[in-house]
Design a protein. Structure first.
Length: 359
């Protein structure tokens, strides 16, 4: 694939200069923002993530801010997740659907301050949808996109590094919990979350003056833990069954088809009637490929003889498991153990539906 041409339409982040200095070798575009995707190689980046600690520039996870008397009412209108169950200081994974129950985004939502919601976006123009719903229904809110940028610390040593930088309070943060913690002359929001199965934190930074000192401090304090600049790992997230909006699920898929039915807890939301009546005809599954797949930059048909069983939506080679790992969407008639054929742009690969993901 040819190189990505820079332009003012692609947003740099507070850490792009540092990422480039650290040797990034490839970017993608996510929410119109540069997202690093390779440093040394997908294989080496994945190996290091599993054994040490990495700092990720994930400022591409843009925030929608909803503030005002009707902020929680609007937020609940947007998602079938029951927000009454979300305690203060907790993040919530919230599917957001259209009127037909199709997935528009699968962000993380949190209340950084009383009466304020942040929606930490996957890759889509959801801000336009939220603003339209707010205006159309007359909610007493303001909807904006604040310049909140996220730096993630991921890997087995992430907890020790976070404690070195922010203090022992980080060890008390539960999974998907957060705290405002002091850093330099300000504060950052530290959440125990992230896009890997290795564990770690996402640091929400609201003051650009803290951005470079934070990067430099993490890199300095992280030397005993073999720290490197890194990025979300395709093989690692597929091994763990971590879905990517726009790849593994789209507006054509419902939460039930995407394996997110446990988050459909209320039907008094946009798409609620469709979700209540929905009967899934397909499902997300783990698929093992017998051999190294090519770059998965398109969907690949999964064939059962002459019948199409579904499609592969993400795939990569796993050094740890010595096979191709993939996420597929298949019809309800196909089960774990079924052997299929994956038709890639470079040829056919034998495929087997797995009982579960690898991690």
């Amino acid at each position: 694939m040819t190189a990505l041409a820079p332009s003012n339409r692609l947003r740099r982040t507070w850490w792009t200069d540092a990422v480039e200095a650290a040797g990034v070798s490839a970017f993608t575009v996510y929410n119109k923002t540069l997202l690093p995707v390779v440093f040394e190689s997908p294989s080496e980046d994945c190996r290091h993530l599993k054994s040490a600690v990495q700092v990720w520039d994930v400022a591409c996870e843009r925030q929608i801010r909803i503030e005002g008397p009707d902020a929680t009412k609007l937020m609940q209108r947007l998602t079938p997740r029951d927000l009454d169950r979300i305690k203060p200081g907790k993040c919530a994974y919230v599917p957001i659907c259209d009127v037909n129950g199709g997935m528009l985004n699968d962000p993380v939502a949190l209340q950084p301050f009383p009466g304020v919601w942040w929606i930490s976006l996957a890759d889509s123009d959801l801000a336009l949808w939220v603003e339209g719903v707010a205006m159309g229904a007359g909610y007493d809110v303001s909807v904006s996109e604040p310049d909140v940028q996220i730096l993630a610390v991921q890997g087995p040593w992430a907890g020790d590094l976070a404690a070195e930088v922010f203090g022992e309070d980080t060890r008390d943060i539960p999974f998907f919990g957060f705290k405002w913690l002091p850093f330099e002359n300000g504060k950052v929001l530290v959440a125990r979350s992230g896009y890997s199965k290795q564990g770690g934190f996402e640091i929400y930074v609201t003051d650009p003056a803290l951005a470079t000192p934070l990067w430099d401090t993490l890199m300095s304090k992280g030397q005993p833990f073999d720290i490197r600049a890194g990025c979300p790992s395709g093989p690692e997230r597929i091994e763990g069954g971590m879905l990517s909006y726009g790849n593994d699920m789209t507006r054509a898929d419902t939460p039930f088809e995407a394996g997110l039915g446990r988050y459909v807890q209320r039907f008094d939301c946009i798409g609620g009637a469709a979700l209540r009546a929905h009967v899934a005809s397909r499902k997300i599954v783990a698929v093992e490929l017998e051999g190294a797949p090519p770059v998965c930059d398109r969907e690949w048909p999964l064939m059962d003889g002459d019948v199409q069983a579904g499609r592969i939506r993400s795939a990569a080679w796993s050094d740890e498991f010595q096979c191709g790992v993939a996420i597929g969407m298949v019809g309800m008639n196909w089960e774990p153990g079924d052997r299929l054929t994956c038709v890639t742009q470079d040829g056919k690969i034998a495929a087997t539906i797995q009982e579960r993901f690898w991690k």
